[in-house]
Design a protein around this ligand. Structure first.
Ligand SMILES: [Zn+2]
Length: 90
């Protein structure tokens, strides 16, 4: 039987402006956009990731996919608002 500590890295996510940081085994972090659920960057420090996160713009196709998959109501509401405002902009 494995103890909790041996089960693997804990998902100690650092939340920052709609991005989730997921620690990897090699001391890098994956930065995942919480709106399109895309892994937008993998970086070694919290210094280089914010820059990439700021430059990220969600892909429309990704948002549609996420909307389709999202079970949670609050995500649906958020995404529908984003998609609607994007439509109006055209
Ligand atoms: Zn995104």
């Amino acid at each position: 039987m494995q103890s909790f500590k041996e089960a693997g890295p804990q998902l100690t996510s650092v939340r920052r402006l709609g991005f989730t940081r997921r620690p990897n085994r090699d001391e890098t972090f994956d930065s995942i956009c919480e709106r399109c659920l895309r892994t937008i960057a993998t970086g070694k420090s919290n210094m280089e990731l914010p820059e990439i996160e700021q430059a990220h713009a969600c892909d429309h196709a990704d948002l549609q996919k996420t909307l389709h998959q999202a079970g949670a109501t609050y995500i649906r509401v958020q995404l529908e608002a984003i998609l609607q405002s994007a439509k109006k902009g055209r």
